[in-house]
Design a protein around this ligand. Sequence first.
Ligand code: B12
Ligand code: SF4
Length: 425
Amino acid sequence: MPSITIALVNPSKGSQGPFHRYIPPLGLLHLAAAVPDDDVYVYDGVISNGRVVALANEIRRIVPDIVGISVPFSTSSNAAIRLGLTLKSYLPSVLILGGGNHASFARSHLLDTGAFDLIIPGEGCDGFSTLVKTFKNGTRPLQQNYIDHWEHSRKKTKAKLNLPPPRWESLVEPFSIISYFPTIITSTGCKYSCPYCSTRSYWGHFRRRPLSEVYSDLETLPNRFGQMLLHILDDNFTQNRHFTFQVMKLLFERNIIWSCSCRLDDINQQFLYEMWCHGCRRLFVGVESGSERILSLYGGRKYSVKDAIALCGMAQKLNIEIVASFVVGFPEETIEDAHKTLQLIRKLPANNLGITSFTPFLGTSAYKRAIRTYPELAFSYNDMNINDNPRVGTKYMTLNEVRSYWYKAHRLVAARHLERYGERH
Ligand code: B12
Ligand code: SF4
């Protein structure tokens, strides 16, 4: 079958992750590898600094047959819709697909805008390669088939994950970028089901990739990344200790230093030491709250405040950088819980702290609950931004009280930052 031209796009400009390093859109590079016989160009919103028309102009130059737009974040929803509509006005016969976390849960809304012809929900490689075959055969793809496939794959913990080694050469490199955050993914899903997180309903239960595939991904990492810190994208890298160990050994044998996200109740001091020995140098930890009542209510977290302080303190002694995040505005939060969180923000040993506001994302049980009280949520996806100040109060705190708590938390973080880095940063 003759090859076709495909553009895969992340319309968001926010791919610049923590520490101002560029994080390439790994999901799209895996997708590109699922159609090895076709000409694929992977674009990132960073190249146009999030300007949709400029991005559409870049894409139209290659005259694609298919454009796949990634919509992982609710905050990139509007940009994705504008990009789809602009491309349709430039190239009326182009087939526009959507995929990624937000697109999967908000697919009816996205299809109704007319910016998309089809949404492929959930893990994308199987569905995408089937779609490309269907396109080449001239058959009409059926949306329902892709939904069924997603339903099936996230229920089966043993279903194989199809993530062929990323096709790095298809990335249209943003030339302004000098510093990268190379990434890999070794597993998907999570054994936990925190009410404000959609990972479980998107990917299903924890599923590991075969070690041979992780090995191949490491082999295909472009040489120019050299000794850069490799970030493991798994939502919760330490949830299956046996598997974590196996991957850590692979990384150690290749002399790679790395960072990952973990949940504190999955690690202890001994394991933390092993992580350091195997090359871990940065840890993203969702500490979430200083109130043990809230920790247990939201995701059955079993670590105490004392554990959080001890583990983060030990990590720092080992020279593992700690990036800790907290959530403000849990629906059950009281003023007393808020005080406990502020206290912990003040004293947690950490190199970087992040404050986010409780946001009921699509695909979470928090959303199902929130939509009953705030039906307008269904139409303000773009406002689902955990970095904005809180929009609602809690059961026990007024909106003003939650906002004041949010500002205090941010002021504490700023003060700690100033203490650590001085005024020039
Ligand atoms: C890495 C990551 C980031 C990186 C992204 C960098 C990059 N260029 O990739 C950074 C650090 C920048 C980031 C930032 C944020 N993130 Co984030 N992030 C993730 C994370 C952990 C992994 C994504 C990933 O790469 N997965 C691995 C690859 C293989 O999967 P994938 O990209 O999803 O792609 C696969 C499928 O989804 C599908 N697919 C994807 N796109 C498309 C497109 C088409 C056409 C098709 C057919 C298929 C398809 O096929 C791929 C192969 O299977 C996810 C959680 C998760 N596990 O998905 C959260 C997640 C996407 N992030 C989230 C959030 C909340 C944020 C922030 C708001 C956090 C913050 N404090 O600011 C910001 C938003 C930034 C912005 N632009 O607005 C939420 C989004 C929820 C929502 N509805 O908005 C998620 C789901 C985490 C969660 N469980 O809550 N994030
Ligand atoms: S532990 Fe982390 S990845 Fe797992 S469900 Fe909770 S927040 Fe999501």
